[in-house]
Design a protein. Structure first.
Length: 585
C-alpha cells in the first residue's frame, strides 16, 4: 500500500469510526489517520507521541483517556478495532493480535530444549566442517545451534556462506536423527525459492555424490504461500493450527521479506515439535507488507557463558560471551566472514560502508581507483550509458539469437551476467523508461529486431502467480524461436529443466531488460548497473541501496550521485512491538 493510499484510507476510516465512537474527538481522528499512513510504510503500530492533535494539544495521559473514552479503542486483553498498550503503542487490533500470538508461539518454541548427544554432534560436525582457521568457524557454530535448538536464526551478508551452511545443517540433521526426517524448504517468492533450490543443489553436488543423497534430503523448495496452501481469496491458508504442516524441519530463506502476518501464519501452522530455521540478511529490503520480522528477531546480545561452553564442546570453536545475552540472542548467529569478497574487493567494503550510512566513506570508496570492481558516474542521459548496456547484453543477445539449441548452453546463466536495476519503477530513470531505452540501444546496434509485443531475446518478468501455468510472480522467461521459427517463452526450473509457453498463455508480465531492486531481491548477477534517480523519494532508503549493490558478484557501477547522501541518511526503522514483547515474556 502506497503512502497516498494510506492517507486516503486513513481519512475514510477516521470518518467511519468517528460516527461509531461514543465520544468523538480530533485525537481519535488524528490517531487513525496517522496509523494508516504508517501502516503503508510498513509499521505495525505508532507511538502515542506521534499523534498530532493540533486542535487540542494535551499530555500522554489525556491522549490515552481520549482514545479509551471513544469506545473503539481498548487496552490489551479486550477485543476492539484498535488497541492501545501500556507502552503507548497504538495498533489496529489485527496487527496487535499477530504480534502477541507470534511472540507467544516463538517463546514456546525457543524454550524447548531437545536432549542431544554432544559427543555425537562433535563427531558429525568435524566430518562436515573444516576447522583450524584463525577465526572461529561460525558456519560450524550455526550448525550446532540448528541441531540443538527448536528455533534458530542464521544471518549474513552476501558471500558469507549461508547456503553452504544450510546444506551442511541439513546433512547434519539427517545423520544425527535416529528416524527419517521430513525436511521442507521455503522462501517468500518463487524466484527466491528457485534460487534456494538451485544453490543447495549445487552445494550438495560439490559435497556429496548426487546419486547417493541421504534419505530425506529435500529436493525442492516452494514459496511459503504454496507450502501453507494459499486459498483463492488470497488471505487464508489450508494449513493452520487445526491442520498443521507435516514436517519435522522447516527452513526458510530470504526471511527479510517476511511480514508479520505471514510469519504468524507460519508459526500457527508449524507444530511445536518441528524445528524452524530462518535465514536472511537483515540489512536487505524489508517486506512489502507491514512488519519487519527478521530485524525484530535478530538480537546481537550474544551467548551467555553456559552456551559458550556448550558451543566449544560441540564444535571446538571458541566464541566470546555476549555483552547482553538473552533467550532470543542465544538462537541467533551472524556469519561475518565473506568467502566471495576478499580484502581487495570494493563490493564487500562498499556494502559495509553503506550499512554504516557514512557518505564520506562510500564516496571515497567509489572514487578510489584501487577498487576496480566498483565505480560511479553522473547521470547524463541514456547516451552516457549506451556502451555499458551494449557490452553488458551483447553476449546474451548473440547467444539467444542462434536458436533453441542454445538452451543447452544455459542462456539463463548468460542472461544473469549483467543486469540494469533501478531504484524506482516510473519515469525516464525508472524501469519503464529503462526498458524502452535499452530496446532502442540494442536495436540501433542490430542486436535485436523488435516486432509487435515479442521478439527473439526479449526477457519477460512474470508479475502474478498463475496456477494454470505454474508460473510465479518474479519468474524470468526468455523469448526464443523453436525449430519451426515460432516464438515461445522459456522458463528454467530449479533442476535445470525448461518449460516453454506460447506468449499468449503467459499471465501478466513485462519486459525485463531492467528490473527494480525490489524485483531483484533474491537474485544475483555478475555485473550490475545500478541507476539512481536525480530526485530523492521516500522509497529510496539505505537498505534499498545496499540490496541493489549486493546483487553484484563481480562488478557494480552506480549511475546517479545526486541524492546518494540523502539515501544513506534515510534509514527508517519500522515500528513494532515484537522484540519488546518477546523480551518481556
Amino acid at each position: 500500500m502506497s503512502q497516498l493510499a494510506g492517507h486516503f484510507l486513513g481519512q475514510a476510516l477516521a470518518k467511519y469510526f468517528i460516527v461509531l465512537s461514543n465520544n468523538p474527538s480530533s485525537t481519535l481522528s488524528s490517531a487513525i489517520q496517522k496509523l494508516c499512513v504508517k501502516l503503508a510504510d510498513g509499521h505495525t503500530c505508532i507511538d502515542l507521541e506521534e499523534i498530532d492533535d493540533n486542535q487540542q494539544p494535551c499530555s500522554l495521559e489525556e491522549l490515552r483517556s481520549a482514545l479509551f473514552y471513544s469506545g473503539v479503542v481498548s487496552a490489551p486483553g479486550k477485543i476492539a478495532p484498535f488497541i492501545l498498550d501500556e507502552k503507548n503503542r497504538f495498533y489496529f487490533y489485527r496487527y496487535y493480535f499477530y504480534e502477541q500470538r507470534l511472540s507467544e508461539l516463538l517463546v514456546k518454541r525457543i524454550l524447548q530444549k531437545p536432549q542431544v548427544d554432544k559427543t555425537r554432534i562433535r563427531q558429525l560436525l568435524d566430518e562436515l566442517f573444516v576447522s583450524g582457521q584463525p577465526w572461529p568457524n561460525l558456519q560450524k557454530v550455526a550448525a550446532a545451534l540448528a541441531v540443538t535448538n527448536q528455533f534458530c536464526i542464521v544471518t549474513g551478508g552476501p558471500g558469507t556462506g549461508k547456503t553452504s551452511t544450510l546444506t551442511r545443517i541439513i546433512l547434519l540433521l539427517l545423520r544425527f536423527s535416529d528416524i527419517p526426517l521430513n525436511i521442507k524448504l521455503a522462501a517468500p517468492t518463487g524466484k527466491a525459492a528457485q534460487r534456494m533450490q538451485e544453490s543447495i543443489r549445487a552445494q550438495i553436488i560439490s559435497l556429496h555424490d548426487p546419486e547417493r543423497l541421504p534419505f530425506g534430503f529435500p529436493e525442492k523448495a516452494s514459496t511459503i504461500h504454496s507450502l501453507l496452501g494459499a486459498r483463492s481469496d488470497g488471505v487464508s491458508f489450508y494449513h493452520d493450527a487445526n491442520r498443521p504442516l507435516e514436517c519435522d524441519v522447516l527452513i526458510i530463506d530470504e526471511a527479510s521479506m517476511i511480514d508479520v502476518a505471514l510469519m504468524y501464519r507460519i508459526m500457527e501452522a508449524l507444530p511445536l515439535s518441528s524445528k524452524l530455521i530462518i535465514v536472511g540478511d537483515p540489512y536487505q529490503l524489508a517486506s512489502v507488507e507491514a512488519g519487519s520480522v527478521l530485524t525484530q528477531l535478530v538480537d546481537e546480545g550474544g551467548f551467555d557463558f553456559e552456551r559458550v561452553s556448550d558451543i566449544e564442546a560441540m564444535t571446538g570453536e571458541r566464541v566470546n560471551p555476549g555483552t547482553k545475552p538473552n533467550f532470543l540472542s542465544q538462537c541467533h548467529i551472524a556469519l561475518t566472514q565473506s568467502y566471495r569478497f576478499n580484502e581487495k574487493s570494493g563490493i564487500g567494503k562498499l556494502c559495509l560502508s553503506v550499512n554504516e550510512g557514512e557518505f564520506g566513506k562510500v564516496k571515497a570508496l567509489l572514487d578510489d581507483p584501487v577498487y576496480s570492481d566498483i565505480s560511479s558516474l553522473e547521470w547524463t542521459g541514456w547516451s552516457g550509458l549506451e556502451s555499458f548496456i551494449f557490452n553488458g547484453y551483447k553476449n546474451y543477445v548473440e547467444t539467444v539469437m542462434h536458436g533453441p539449441s542454445n538452451l543447452s548452453e544455459n542462456i539463463f546463466k548468460i542472461f544473469s551476467e549483467f543486469r540494469l536495476i533501478c531504484a524506482i519503477r516510473d519515469g525516464n530513470q525508472g524501469v519503464i523508461g529503462a526498458n524502452i531505452a535499452i530496446e532502442n540501444i540494442l536495436m540501433r546496434h542490430g542486436l535485436i529486431v523488435p516486432r509487435q509485443g515479442f521478439y527473439i531475446g526479449r526477457p519477460v518478468l512474470i508479475l502474478k502467480n498463475d496456477p494454470f501455468t505454474g508460473l510465479s510472480n518474479g519468474d524470468i522467461g526468455i523469448t526464443v524461436a523453436d525449430s519451426n521459427g515460432k516464438l515461445c517463452v522459456c522458463f528454467e526450473g530449479a533442476d535445470g529443466s525448461y518449460r516453454q509457453y506460447s506468449p499468449g498463455r503467459l499471465p501478466p508480465h513485462e519486459t525485463a531488460w531492467a528490473m527494480t531492486i525490489h524485483k531483484c531481491q533474491g537474485s544475483e548477477f555478475d555485473s550490475v548497473l545500478l541507476l539512481l534517480p536525480r530526485n530523492m523519494l521516500p522509497v529510496m532508503t539505505r537498505s534499498l541501496l545496499y540490496t541493489g549493490i549486493s546483487r553484484a558478484r563481480k562488478q557494480v557501477l552506480i549511475c546517479g550521485m545526486d541524492c546518494l547522501e540523502e539515501i544513506l541518511a534515510n534509514a527508517p526503522l519500522r515500528q513494532s512491538g515484537i522484540r519488546s514483547t518477546l523480551l518481556s515474556m
